[in-house]
Ligand binder design. Sequence first.
Ligand code: HXC
Length: 317
Amino acid sequence: MSVPKSEYLSSVWAPGIFANRVVFVTGGAGTICSAQTRAMVHLGADACIIGRNPEKTEKAAKDIAKVRSGARVIGIGNVDVRNFDNLKAAAERCVKELGAIDFVIAGAAGNFIAPISGLSPNAFKTVIDIDTIGTFNTVKATIPYLIESAARNPNPNPNGLTGGRIISVSATFHYSGMPLQAHVSAAKAAVDSLMASVSLEYGPYGVTANVIAPGAIEGTEGMERLASSAVDKKKMTKAVPSGRWGSRRDIADATVYLFSDAGNYVNGTTLVVDGAGWRRQGGNDIGIDEGMEYPDFLFTGQISKNLKDGRKQKSKL
Ligand code: HXC
């Protein structure tokens, strides 16, 4: 069954803004990255999606190609981002078959829930290898093509077309720290830092490098792993100031923005797409008594009666 456009792209973008462009996506069969790829292909791009599982990757590529008549989407399986040679060969194949790599999404990631006491050194290293080293390998394997694309597409380009851009998909929980996620927090913090270095070293070649940091995104493998089915979802949703979990479309739209003519001067930054959720992930509410809940107390105007009020009782005037 085909995925409705409303699930992966909002209606504000002009058709063809990525015409004759190629996007290379690691983890492209996953829930978030397939939506990002679908959006790019819908707007004119061809795509190579990379994954470990050949059947899953090739099936996703065929499905994504359906979003636009004439779209070319190649699924390259048996590629583990931990193996640089695999990735380099995949990038070479992408350029040979589709002609270029204009955009890169470094999206492959690994995650599981475990306390530090339950993490073997190899378990910690595995997530660092997939997320951090995998992003480094993706940058190394594709940067020569991104530099070529940037040279073909001056920024800004009078014709409005773009190229030479890379984003990585990160997370937000390393901003405050999160129990049971020491390995992922360390890995994603390094990913953010690496992308800043990419912007510094390759910005002068015309390449832009940014990070998208999704919050809790509905229906993703990540959230299936992070939130058990028994979790009080209503409570989790209330903790997000925007009042809902994110959608895959939210992340795909952010991707389109950064890769488009509208994102020309955005470089070396992180676009957090989380409804302001990370700002509350510490859970350290102030002015709240037991039984008072965020955001309800804001609507009722209720503030804890047990707070010391520091205001002066009498005016000096
Ligand atoms: C403790 C665990 C573990 C667990 C694996 N390990 N699962 N330790 N608790 N639940 C340990 C193993 O015992 C082993 O250590 C080491 O990790 C490597 O395990 P392998 O199974 O050999 O690794 P591998 O086959 O390479 O698989 C990697 C994986 C797996 C990360 C463990 O889950 C995977 O392939 N994931 C890819 C898909 C995925 O995770 N998607 C979600 C991405 S979401 P020892 O010492 O025994 O050898 C995401 C979102 C983040 O990243 C942000 C969300 C907001």
